[in-house]
Ligand binder design. Structure first.
Ligand SMILES: NC(=O)c1ccc[n+]([C@@H]2O[C@H](COP(=O)([O-])OP(=O)(O)OC[C@H]3O[C@@H](n4cnc5c(N)ncnc54)[C@H](O)[C@@H]3O)[C@@H](O)[C@H]2O)c1
Length: 261
C-alpha cells in the first residue's frame, strides 16, 4: 500500500459493566475530549459509571458529554489544563460537587513530537499525572479504589529514537516508575496500574498515517493493524475494575504484540 494506512479508525466499544463496577460510581478521565481518553470516557459510561470529562478543550469535552448523555449516561465537562496545579485543584472542587470519586484515569499528556524545552515537557507529562493523583488522594483517600495511568511502549519497551522527541520516552518510563511507586505507597487503596499503548489511531496520529514509516510499522504488528482507542479503553477499564482486584503496579502493553515481534 503506497497511499498510507487504510484501516478503520475505530473498533467496537464493549459494555464492561460485568467486571464488577458499582453503577453510578464516578470516574475522572483526563484528556477525554479526544482519542484514548474519549474512548475511556465513552466506555466507562457504557459500563454504568458517571464520568467527569476533564480536558483543556472545552467544546471537545462538551461533545464527549453530549455523546454520553444521548446514550442515557451521566457526565460532566470540566475545563482544565492539567499541567497547571491551581487549575487541577479547581477541577477537583468542581468534580467533587457530584459526589466522591473512587476511580481515576490519568491520560492527558503532551504530544510525543512536541518541540521545545526537554525539562518543561517532562514536568508537564509526569508532574501533571502526579499532581492529579495527589490532589485526588488529598480529597478522596477514603473512597479511592483504582487508578490507571497512560504510559506508552515508548521508553519502556522500545526506544522510538527516530520518531519522537527525547522527553517523551523519558516521561513515559517515568510514568511507569510513578505507577509502581503509587501502587506500593497506599497499600492498594487505590490500586494503581498503567497501560502502555502501541501506536493508536487518534487525532494526534492521524496526520502521520500516510507516511511510509507508518506502513512499515503496521506491517510489523503481529495482529496486522494499529490500535484503536477502544482497544486501549478496554484494557484501562479492566484494570480499573473490581475484576482486576489482585492486579497492582503492572505496566500492561496494549500493542498487538509489536514489542514481542
Ligand atoms: N496515540 C498513540 O499512538 C499513543 C501511544 C502511546 C501513548 N499515548 C498516550 O495516550 C494519551 C492520549 O493520547 P491520544 O493519542 O489519545 O491524544 P489526543 O490528542 O487524541 O487526545 C489528547 C487529549 O488530551 C487533551 N489534553 C492535552 N493536554 C492537556 C492538558 N494539559 N490538560 C487537559 N487536557 C489536555 C487534549 O485536548 C486532547 O483532548 C497521551 O498520554 C499519549 O501520550 C498515545
Amino acid at each position: 500500500m503506497s497511499e498510507g494506512y487504510s484501516g478503520a479508525r475505530h473498533g467496537p466499544l464493549y459494555d464492561m459493566s460485568g467486571l464488577g463496577f458499582t453503577p453510578g460510581d464516578l470516574v475522572v478521565v483526563t484528556g477525554a475530549a479526544s482519542g484514548i481518553g474519549k474512548a475511556c470516557a465513552l466506555g466507562a459510561a457504557k459500563s454504568g459509571l458517571a464520568v467527569a470529562v476533564w480536558d483543556m478543550d472545552a467544546p471537545g469535552a462538551q461533545t464527549t458529554v453530549n455523546e454520553i448523555a444521548s446514550n442515557g449516561g451521566t457526565a460532566l465537562a470540566v475545563t482544565v489544563d492539567v499541567f497547571d496545579e491551581a487549575q487541577v485543584v479547581r477541577a477537583w472542587d468542581e468534580t467533587l460537587a457530584l459526589g466522591p470519586c473512587p476511580l481515576l484515569v490519568n491520560n492527558a499528556g503532551p504530544r510525543s513530537v512536541s518541540q521545545g524545552p526537554f525539562a518543561g515537557h517532562l514536568l508537564d507529562a509526569v508532574g501533571s499525572m502526579e499532581c492529579v493523583a495527589r490532589t485526588w488522594l488529598e480529597r478522596c483517600s477514603d473512597v479511592a479504589s483504582s487508578m490507571v495511568n497512560i504510559s506508552s511502549i515508548a521508553g519502556n519497551l522500545q526506544g522510538s529514537g527516530k520518531t519522537v522527541s527525547a522527553f517523551y520516552p523519558t516521561a513515559k518510563a517515568g510514568i511507569a516508575g510513578l505507577t509502581r511507586h503509587q501502587a506500593t505507597r497506599y497499600d492498594g487503596k487505590p490500586r494503581v496500574n498503567a497501560v502502555a499503548p502501541g501506536i493508536t489511531i487518534t487525532p494526534r496520529i492521524e496526520p502521520m498515517l500516510a507516511m511510509p514509516e507508518m506502513q512499515d510499522m503496521v506491517s510489523r504488528v503481529p495482529v496486522g493493524r494499529l490500535g484503536y482507542p477502544e482497544d486501549m479503553a478496554h484494557a484501562v477499564l479492566f484494570l480499573l475494575s473490581p475484576a482486576a482486584a489482585y492486579i497492582n503496579g503492572v505496566l500492561l502493553p496494549v500493542d498487538g504484540g509489536v514489542t514481542q515481534a
